[in-house]
Ligand binder design. Sequence first.
Ligand code: NSP
Length: 227
Amino acid sequence: MLTEELRNEAEPIIEAIYNDTFIQGLIHGNIDAAAVIHYLRADSLYLEEFANLYAMLIAKSDSKDTVKFLLSQMEFLLEGESEAHAVLAQAVDMPYEDIIRDGAWYPSADHYIKHMYFNAFSRENIAFTLSAMAPCPYVYRRIAEKAMARHTFEAGHPYRGWFEFYARDMDDTLDVMLTIIDNEAERMPAEDMKQLRRNFIESVEHERRFFNMAATKERWMEVDVHA
Ligand SMILES: Cc1ncc(CN)c(N)n1
């Protein structure tokens, strides 16, 4: 199955993400607070766009079950990830609303978001956008599984709740996304399947760039348009 192959192809990139600064900093509880704040500012905006993408896909869906799934995912997204964000805000001891007030689409987040919108605007078949969106829950679940398998997070660990959330709550989203992608892929010509594959693997790399964007506190050049 296509998504089985994609998950195997993604594994080396996910292992690299796991060993990069941001995740290692969460695991060892010694991450730079400014990197966590940078991450939250970008991620709160990213998740808003993710919800908007679901809305675009609803408009393209012809199956009632798919529409119901997309609506439930919008709901989960607008509520659910706040639990993971709350863990990070607690760890840096700042009120969440104060942290995300100054968010912006920093370069790597901007690229990732536009990669998903490009597919949503240019393709009628929702599988193209879903293949760009699926690494969002998938990469986080794999990273959380690796961390929980390789480390014992003691009760007071500041980021334990973040890993527990992503190890636990991504299954429903993922199962439906991957099923839709596989069902659509079966009826596609080879070049379209190649595009699904590219969309997925590029988004896995976008996930790596997003975490590194936070670790380096990546910003645009200080030009007025982004001030
Ligand atoms: C950039 C990004 N990727 C994935 C996730 C997990 N849904 C997230 N919160 N942010």
